[in-house]
Design a protein around this ligand. Structure first.
Ligand SMILES: CC(=O)N[C@H]1[C@@H](OP(=O)(O)OP(=O)(O)OC[C@H]2O[C@@H](n3ccc(=O)[nH]c3=O)[C@H](O)[C@@H]2O)O[C@H](CO)[C@@H](O)[C@@H]1O
Ligand SMILES: C=C(OP(=O)(O)O)C(=O)O
Length: 418
């Protein structure tokens, strides 16, 4: 298992390019199941989750690969001969549930293992299943697999009890080939949902309202292949912003990510971090951090996928910050590890109370999930001495060669292969 050794205390300086978004690339690749024609998907990040989703497609009978030199994901042939997403592949990745909607839509049957992904809460898929039932799908859970079957997929009026990102994406994809109209109420407004809708539209789907809480889909007979470029990863960008701020550095990022990061930029500015935008770049200057309270919420609120990184930042701030996690019930796994670096954090239910400290100390720590791992990297970059971060396979799920990008900014970070 690989680990990172980080010697902290170097202010990050320079420009960082942002890769394509994991949480947009994954549903867009799953959408390729909706057509028999080839797909060319550009700006796909080199991530473990992308290799996993590629293996699932291959298991089902597609021919596909990621060209690492061009970041282009090709689906050459899309005739499925095995309508199954198996446990061995699905267990590592939440997004594998995104095959359910497209498979049922195109083939009227599917067998998908209940999904894995980050261990940050129970993460049920009841809302996906309830919506599919309303569309005429019969569903059973047998030996940990969702078995789905329908004679005809029918459009329906669906109101989600909770805002669900992959739930919205799954049902939006299914509805593109359903008979008639589907209306999704209380839909997720995340930019990745909009990116998927744009890709589906370029495949010939009729979708209105993506990016609002009501999405209307008019089913069509079939979809065609397309070429599409995935949006930039707003969470990767936010992670580098936090790294720049905590190391008192000066880092620039491409301006196009700013439109997706409004809540994060507002919050960081509220913490007295200087952020300036010009026509081409976002500049982040680390000039001291004031602790401020923060609560996560669905888009356009502060993303839960940035909560751990924000907490690392608060650990080095001045004052006290109360951080409330409102989306997932168990997303404070990083707290115990941050404490090893000297952070002062107390957890009270869904709240963490962080008392900022002028100094953190390097320590051996263990990555427990994707964003928890990112928070440990951020804290280690600011800590004195060396930190050893083990189990970084979690990071490889969601960050495209993070150590190379950080090294180019001057960080002393080394991947040790064991
Ligand atoms: C691959 C991907 O895009 N992952 C993102 C997606 O995860 P994911 O789509 O799994 O997260 P959801 O938006 O579905 O989850 C939001 C909340 O709804 C609950 N819920 C969800 C579905 C359901 O059927 N029943 C139910 O109760 C969840 O347990 C959670 O408490 O959105 C999350 C919230 O922004 C992000 O943290 C993840 O990075
Ligand atoms: C929780 C995340 O990923 P997943 O939903 O794929 O587990 C994440 O990207 O922070």
């Amino acid at each position: 298992m690989d680990k990172f050794i980080i010697h902290g205390g170097v202010p990050l300086q320079g420009h960082v390019n942002i890769s394509g978004a994991k949480n947009a690339a994954l549903p867009i690749i799953a959408a390729s199941v909706l057509t028999e024609q080839p797909m060319k998907i550009n700006n796909v990040p080199r991530l473990r989750d992308i290799y996993t989703i590629s293996k699932i497609l291959q298991h089902m009978g597609a021919t596909c690969e990621l060209d690492e030199a061009t970041n282009c994901f090709h689906v050459h042939r899309n005739g499925m001969n095995r309508l199954e997403a198996p446990y061995e592949l699905v267990k590592t990745m939440r997004a594998s549930i995104l095959f359910l909607g497209p498979m049922v839509a195109r083939y009227h049957e599917a067998r998908v293992s209940l999904p894995g992904g980050c261990a940050i809460g129970a993460r049920p898929v009841n809302l996906h299943l309830d919506a599919l039932r309303k569309m005429g799908v019969e569903l059973d859970i047998v030996d940990g697999y969702i078995i789905a079957r329908c004679e005809e997929l029918r459009g329906a009026a669906i109101s989600f009890d909770t805002v669900t990102v992959t739930g919205t994406e799954n049902i939006m994809m299914a509805a593109t080939l359903a008979k008639g109209k589907t209306v999704l109420k209380n839909a997720a407004k995340e930019p990745e949902v909009v990116d998927l809708a744009r890709c589906l539209t370029s495949m010939g789907a009729h979708i209105e309202g993506a990016g609002t809480d009501t999405i209307t889909i008019h089913g069509v007979e079939e979809l065609r292949g397309t070429e599409y470029s995935v949006m930039p990863d707003r969470i990767e960008a936010g992670t580098f912003m936090a790294a720049a701020a905590i190391t008192a550095g000066h880092v620039t990022l491409p301006i196009e990510v700013a439109q997706y990061l409004e809540s994060v930029i507002i919050k960081l500015r509220d913490c007295d971090i200087r952020i300036e935008c010009d026509d081409e770049l976002i500049h982040i200057y680390g000039n001291g951090i004031t602790c401020r309270d923060m609560a996560t919420s669905p888009y356009p609120g502060f993303p839960t996928d940035m909560q751990a990184q924000y907490m690392a930042l608060m650990c080095r701030g001045t004052g006290v910050s109360v951080i409330e996690e409102t989306i997932f019930e168990n997303r404070f796994m990083h707290v115990a590890e941050l404490r090893r670096m000297g952070c002062d954090i107390e957890v009270q239910g869904s709240r963490a109370i962080v008392k900022g400290k002028p100094r953190l100390k390097g320590a051996p720590v263990m990555a427990t999930d994707l964003r928890a791992s990112a928070s440990l990297v951020i804290a280690a970059l600011a800590a004195s001495g060396a930190s050893e971060i083990s189990r970084i396979y979690h990071l490889d799920r969601g960050y495209d060669h993070i150590e190379e990008k950080l090294s180019r900014l001057g960080a002393k970070i080394e991947r040790v292969r064991e």
